[in-house]
Design a protein around this ligand. Sequence first.
Ligand SMILES: Cc1cc2nc3c(=O)[nH]c(=O)nc-3n(C[C@H](O)[C@H](O)[C@H](O)COP(=O)(O)OP(=O)(O)OC[C@H]3O[C@@H](n4cnc5c(N)ncnc54)[C@H](O)[C@@H]3O)c2cc1C
Ligand SMILES: NC(=O)c1ccc[n+]([C@@H]2O[C@H](COP(=O)([O-])OP(=O)(O)OC[C@H]3O[C@@H](n4cnc5c(N)ncnc54)[C@H](OP(=O)(O)O)[C@@H]3O)[C@@H](O)[C@H]2O)c1
Length: 387
Amino acid sequence: MSAVADTSVYTKDNPFPARITENRVLNGPGSAKETRHFVVSIAGSGLTYKAGDSLGVYPTNRPGEVDEIIAALGATGDELVTPVRAPNPLPLRSALAAGLDLDGPTRKFVELVAAKVTEEKQRAELQTLLAPEAKERLEAFLYERSFVDFLVEYPSAKFAPQEFTGLLRRLMPRLYSIASSPRVHPQEIHLTVAAVRYRTNNRDRVGVCSTYLSDRVTVQADPVPVFVSHSHFGPPEDPTKDCIMIGPGTGIAPFRAFVQDRVAAGASGRNWVFFGDQHRADDFLYGDEWLDYAGKGQVARLDLAWSRDQAHKIYVQDKMKESAAEIWRWLQGGAYFYVCGDAKRMAKDVDLALHEIVAQQGGMDTAAAADYVKQLKKEKRYQRDVY
Ligand SMILES: Cc1cc2nc3c(=O)[nH]c(=O)nc-3n(C[C@H](O)[C@H](O)[C@H](O)COP(=O)(O)OP(=O)(O)OC[C@H]3O[C@@H](n4cnc5c(N)ncnc54)[C@H](O)[C@@H]3O)c2cc1C
Ligand SMILES: NC(=O)c1ccc[n+]([C@@H]2O[C@H](COP(=O)([O-])OP(=O)(O)OC[C@H]3O[C@@H](n4cnc5c(N)ncnc54)[C@H](OP(=O)(O)O)[C@@H]3O)[C@@H](O)[C@H]2O)c1
């Protein structure tokens, strides 16, 4: 891992207008998923990065959703508004397109709609939802809706453009784990992005940034505002150390960077990659690259968990448990243990599996195994980048 001084003028507050030079789907035609590989050119920016860093991306909202909100407000889009922290007034359409988060209505917003709505039945419905005992029902109701749903479902609740935009939060940049090494691609940053598409409350919805990149940015043409988010997450400084990397789904992204980096640097430490996704035939992200590394011994072990290729689920932690003794030998030999991907379920289950392996293989009770894992963290030998 090389420490490089960041001398670029481009930062989170002054993002670089980068061009995307490649946008391709990594999944096969039979997949239920849409995971894309992006190449972002940082040529001329002075930006530097290391394996383990993330790229921040400032997206814009879907024009269709912006049009729908303007129509529901009974506005033209040309009305001048001054949203949160905006230094100057700007047209409603521009404010809604970039800079404001159209998702995440809160209880406060429901209270406002309930106060404004003139339809008696609708007001009563909303007031029932706002009752203290309906907390969970209100949460479920909000989970299924964004701001546009309220404007369309409760048309008698009128909002002036300034009042409405004043209720919206700022649209925040999204972070993506960098999937390339600067040793191999100093002028490019690669990303592995899952396009978020789902349906709630009878509406098709999309994740703002993942579909901004996937659908709305024209390759080689549109500027995409980006910044590098430097991280403590990264391969060992000492190239002789072994690495165990657990990265199912998009969690594989930083480990593509780690392995590229270690191979390019001629690191002598061994690489052990655990990857998993639904089906081997369609969801083996960067499969050719992994098989090539494994064939050359640059990845010493490659363990794959296909969750839906058989009747019962097989996950990365199941593959870890199958190789418990070997994981223990690597850890006792000073290996680093990394996890990236889903925080809610996967990272918790992998953490549990690690504790179990340590307890079983090290002959420890629960408390001693927890101390061992704590010590790994203290030595920066157990690192996670989960979201
Ligand atoms: C350090 C870090 C690294 C990351 N690396 C990567 C990476 O390498 N690749 C990657 O793809 N992502 C990565 N992410 C996640 C990424 O930042 C975004 O959160 C992700 O792309 C979604 O953003 P979005 O703007 O597309 O969706 P948003 O507009 O933010 O929408 C997402 C929200 O939609 C809702 N939602 C999603 N699905 C459903 C559903 N089925 N039903 C109901 N509601 C739903 C949920 O409320 C969810 O929070 C990373 C995050 C962090 C913090
Ligand atoms: N916090 C977030 O917002 C967040 C985090 C991660 C992913 N996602 C979203 O999920 C979608 C796909 O993400 P992704 O491609 O990165 O993959 P993913 O959904 O995390 O799935 C990758 C693999 O992990 C498996 N898996 C599910 N539960 C697991 C568990 N408890 N332990 C171990 N493995 C488990 C999945 O199996 P099965 O699906 O067959 O069970 C699949 O084989 C995207 O829309 C993405 O945005 C959101």
